[in-house]
Design a protein around this ligand. Structure first.
Ligand code: AAL
Length: 402
């Protein structure tokens, strides 16, 4: 069979195909530089008509890795929660943490505030500039994940002058060695357009608290960007700095390989709109102990797209749902080492600000943890509520009765 095939080079791809012997030597010489072998079966699978006339799209398709549909899923419409987490006019409840199961109940933590959002045109000393401004972290419990009882405040804003005096919000929970850790975003007053956001941590021996807050933030933005002018304009910069020069957001700490990997979203000074939308990327900071110190990875940023952090362990590595922003938005990615992520599936879209169900059997299948969990919706610009998501694997596409 192979003697009837020859090898040609196309952008790093070796093609095994029928050809005339005249140019075989030349094509084999080129092939010595190549990395990938493409077989007639792959050409057939992709339905490529003529391997000598490959479109740019076919050349890209020939470089796709040989991954099955194990990671491909579709999310269903969000469903409202019942009890205290049902939508409540005048109240913001958003950015749910993951759920853990303790004392016979699911526990979730979330950002809570009241009142309308005036934006930056309002009086920033009195008003809210965002729905997540002037928040505290509250928590709720549920036996079935549908009907929730709000238990009260877990972590409140700091005293005036503290790094977290304006808002504490967008939290994640980690349970490790019988202790509980809430990581969360912090803002210090005044909440200006250029204000830097940091990450705080609180810990407790019980999911019901009391919580002890870190005296200082556990993570801060890179300090190598330079604003241009004095005006509160976050797009005007002399130098943009690292991907996280403006804000560190959406923390999620995962115990991994004997260390603690803090995944976070970075926002950059001078953020641009690219061909994939907003310039948003993820980074990690690693610590030997849950309370830190957390050291940013030299490999940052570890994504080129995405928004809120949604990561889980799978098969010795870490999986990540990449949503909303950037050329690789709406993909599920996996890394064997928690750092170097590859696309495993490209999906239609995903709920925002997912709170994962950490009780799921993550090894059952790659996306088992995404079968159900929490998210939020904008009931209005001012008010958001926590909702329930679900997803299913999709392996065929059939007409009714087919
Ligand atoms: C979300 C998250 C963070 C931001 C804000 C509230 O999508 O990225 O939490 O600060 O929006």
């Amino acid at each position: 069979m192979l003697k009837n095939l020859c090898i040609s080079s196309l952008m790093g791809i070796v093609l095994l195909q029928s050809c005339s012997p005249s140019n075989q030597g030349e094509k084999e010489a080129i092939s010595s530089e190549l990395e990938t072998t493409v077989t007639p079966e792959q050409l057939d699978k992709l339905g490529i008509t003529n391997a000598d006339h490959l479109s740019a799209a076919s050349k890209r398709a020939l470089k796709w890795p040989n991954i099955g549909n194990e990671w491909f899923i579709e999310f269903s419409d969000l469903q409202p929660l019942k009890g205290d987490l049902a939508y409540e006019e005048g109240v913001v409840r958003r950015d749910p943490s993951a759920m853990i199961f303790e004392n016979g109940k699911y526990y979730v933590w979330y950002s809570k505030s009241v009142g309308t959002t005036a934006g930056f045109a309002g009086d920033i000393e009195k008003d809210k500039v965002f729905p997540w401004d002037r928040c505290d972290i509250w928590y709720a419990t549920s036996e079935d994940g549908w009907t929730w009882k709000e238990e009260g405040m877990a972590v409140g804003r700091g005293e005036p002058g503290a790094y977290d005096d304006r808002s504490v919000f967008t939290t994640e929970i980690m349970k490790h060695d019988g202790k509980y850790y809430l990581s969360y975003q912090t803002v210090k007053s005044p909440y200006t357009v250029r204000v830097k956001n940091q990450i705080g941590l609180a810990w407790s021996d019980s999911p019901d608290g009391p919580w002890t807050k870190s005296a200082e933030p556990i993570l801060s933005p890179a300090d190598n960007g330079i604003w241009k002018g004095e005006e509160q304009d976050r797009f005007a910069v002399e130098k943009k700095g690292d991907f996280d020069s403006h804000k560190v957001h959406d923390p999620c700490i995962v115990p991994y390989n004997g260390k603690f990997y803090l995944y976070y979203k970075g926002e950059q000074m001078g953020e641009e709109i690219t061909f994939g939308g907003r310039q948003i990327r993820h980074g990690i900071a690693i610590a030997d102990n849950p309370q830190g110190p957390y050291v940013k990875s030299e490999f940052n940023p570890i994504s080129n797209s995405g928004h809120e952090i949604c990561v889980w362990p799978y098969d010795g590595g870490i999986a990540s749902l990449i949503t909303t922003d950037g050329p690789e938005k709406n993909t599920i990615q996996w890394s064997p080492d928690g750092v170097n992520f590859e696309i495993m599936a490209s999906i239609k879209g995903a709920p925002h600000a997912i709170g994962l169900n950490r009780t799921a059997d993550t090894e059952k299948e790659p996306t088992e943890i995404l079968r159900w969990g929490l998210s939020h919706i904008y009931n209005s610009y001012d008010y958001q509520s926590i909702m329930r998501f679900s997803s299913r694997r999709v392996t065929t596409h059939k007409a009714k009765g087919e």
